[in-house]
Design a binder for this molecule. Structure first.
Ligand SMILES: Nc1ncnc2c1ncn2[C@@H]1O[C@H](COP(=O)(O)OP(=O)(O)O)[C@@H](O)[C@H]1O
Ligand SMILES: [Mg+2]
Length: 280
């Protein structure tokens, strides 16, 4: 594990989490910690339970067993978010990105950003319903923040383009900008670079890095791309068969015989430079 985590309290604790789908145990006593300010990678062969774990953490699915704790305040006792509905975990600053829904593809890139609920600012929005002059001011504020978020991911030139017309990589950048609009504490990204070309992948990596370095956003990222993992993530946590089998720096997990075993049967050797860590 990276060197500076020892004295820090986790922002997220997953304890003995279990999820059964009928007879299939997708997550099997999974335990892990995510540390604030870090970009933690989550890898593992196809079917390892990574996406299901994200669904359990964010509240999209209720677990069969186990607990999830989130540090929503910065210090003090953690909040038990086990089974908490997604809109509530979102309100606490725990955000998972989703693909842009079909109806939003008919809106412009900027409109997509202006629609994002303001998370922790919910109370202010509620209050503004009763005072129209505040609504106008709030809208100008939201537009300014949306433009700022677009600039952050280098999509300003596409502000008035329909979301349906932008490329896969640009959609991923827009999803990241949408996420950042809510001023999250912890962001869960599920394969953000899948299907993204090299140029936009570099832009996506840079934006994630800057969100972490400049805004203190913590990330937990599922990805298979070795370059992304090596340049962006530390530590990396490895899952297989629903549980954590290894964690450490990218080079440490690559060299771990348990990890190599877990990927055996995969189509590519582990850690092939510029290659793919598994069967995506
Ligand atoms: N909603 C579901 N219903 C039934 N089985 C599911 C469901 N979601 C995932 N699974 C199964 O759970 C296992 C883990 O899937 P998943 O979490 O998507 O793995 P990963 O993201 O690591 O590839 C797989 O065997 C998958 O088929
Ligand atoms: Mg998955």
């Amino acid at each position: 594990m990276g060197s500076s985590v020892a004295n820090t309290e986790p922002i997220l604790k997953v304890r003995d989490l279990v999820k059964d789908f009928g007879g299939l145990r997708a997550v099997d006593h999974c335990t892990l910690d995510v540390y604030p300010g870090r970009i933690t990678g989550l890898i593992g062969p196809n079917g390892a339970g990574k996406t299901t774990l994200f669904n359990l953490i964010s509240g999209a699915l209720a677990p069969t067993g186990g607990r999830v704790f989130f540090q929503s305040r910065g210090s003090g006792p953690m909040t038990d978010i086990t089974g908490m509905a997604m809109h509530r975990t979102f309100g606490l600053g725990l955000v998972r990105t989703f693909q842009i829904p079909r109806e939003m593809k008919r809106m412009t890139v900027l409109e997509n950003l202006m629609l994002v609920p303001a998370g922790q600012r919910g109370e202010r929005i509620w209050a503004s319903w009763f005072t129209p002059w505040r609504v106008a001011r709030q809208e100008r504020e939201i537009e300014a923040r949306a433009l700022e978020a677009l600039g952050f991911v280098k999509l300003s030139h596409l502000a008035d383009e329909l979301a349906a017309n932008i490329s896969t990589g640009q959609k991923k950048l827009l999803e990241l900008a949408r996420t950042l609009m809510s001023e999250p504490k912890l962001v869960l990204l599920d394969e953000p670079t899948a299907g993204v070309n090299r140029t936009l992948m570099a832009q996506l990596s840079l934006s994630i890095h800057l969100a972490s370095a400049q805004r203190g956003v913590t990330f937990l990222i599922i990805d298979h791309d070795m370059d992304v993992l090596m340049s962006l993530c530390d530590p990396v946590i490895v899952m297989a068969n629903g549980a954590v089998i290894s964690q450490g720096t990218p080079s440490q997990v690559q060299a771990d015989p348990q990890v190599i075993d877990a990927y055996l049967g995969g189509r590519q050797p582990v850690g092939q430079p510029g290659g793919n860590l598994g069967v995506a």
